[in-house]
Design a protein around this ligand. Sequence first.
Ligand code: NAD
Length: 393
Amino acid sequence: MIVKPKVRGFICTTAHAAGCKASVQEQIDYVKSHKHAEKGPQKVLVVGASMGYGLASRIAAAYSFGAATVGVIFDKPASGARTATSGWYNTAAFEEIAANDGLYAKTVNGDAYSKEIKDQTIALIKKDLGKVDCVVYSLAAPRRTMGDGTVYSSVLKTVGSAYTNKTINLKDNTVNDITVEPASEDEITATVKVMGGEDWKDWIDALKAADAIEDDAVTVAYSYIGPEITHPMYADGSIGKAKDHLFATAKEMTASGSIRAYISVNKALVTQSSAAIPIVPLYISILYKVMKEHNVHEGCIEQMYRLLNEKLFAQPVITDDEGRIRMDDLEMQPEIQAEVDKLWKEITTENLDTHADLDGYHKDFYRLFGFGIDGVDYDADIDPDVQILSMNW
Ligand code: NAD
């Protein structure tokens, strides 16, 4: 089958197996070619391991420290004329390459919020690894189904009053004003249920109850702060309320036992999740331009390599005054933000090319699905039916 991108709204409904494999290989090569901290985790559980920051965390742990990794993903294999999801291909590629390099890597596919998937994952950990010493929690999900069938859906809205600012329409590359409406109390509660810390703590509690986590284990979840223009939409919006809960949960978990829980505030990057947030993609494309010009641009793998090797497993862990790890340190540098702010004020449809790295944004978006990767022949006939090695255990 010859696979081409088919974009609908914020996602691409096709994914390219060979492209995803090449992208995973590039990320592995990046980590392999950099020097590693002396000490790091050996047995790592990554919840949300198939794309974006979770996948990069898995790769960084495996190839910095030789860590055994168990990944929890929620992806679909190919079926008939449909390709698999890119997360499926990424995971298949990661497991295959890791196995060739003598690294343990197994994956559980299903809803991470469910008890069934937690039980299945913990059974696998106990059988193969005994206990994990690090848990990365990197879910970005639109909804959460509770044990009793109740479904909570997260929203990307403001809190309090509506907010109007610029956004980009990525279909026709135009800059327009958008008004984001405030979330209702119920919507805020639902967003906190989905993206807050409750499920993260459920994972840690379940691992503890099963004696499947080391007493001195480290766990990390990801957050975002960003500049003021994005605050009404993000940090002070419904998703920000969930992130506040995530941070409060980290503090609670650390205070209540020997496990240390951290929040890492990561850089804004193109991922399947961030593409859906109003205003943020325009900010990201301006940010890319400015950070690339200053030679400080990073993608997920550079961020997660740096997180594990330079911050989370440094002695002592490097945090800000509030105890958060700041992987947005380069993004938030005053000179970077001053330039972004200037361009933000001036940007219109007419000057998009000079004021933003739209090309970089689009390239990164297509790369998420395995398209536009150097060295991949996109006219070649490929078999979309790729298996994940460990799914046969
Ligand atoms: P992503 O969409 O690339 O990855 C999310 C992962 O979660 C995917 O592997 C997906 O398959 C998995 N997932 C979703 N629902 C699941 C479920 N029910 N069960 C199992 N797996 C499920 O997103 P991302 O941007 O890498 O986000 C990861 C975390 O990083 C989120 O907490 C996000 O808020 C945070 N973050 C993202 C950015 C950014 O700019 N992208 C910046 C800072 C922090």
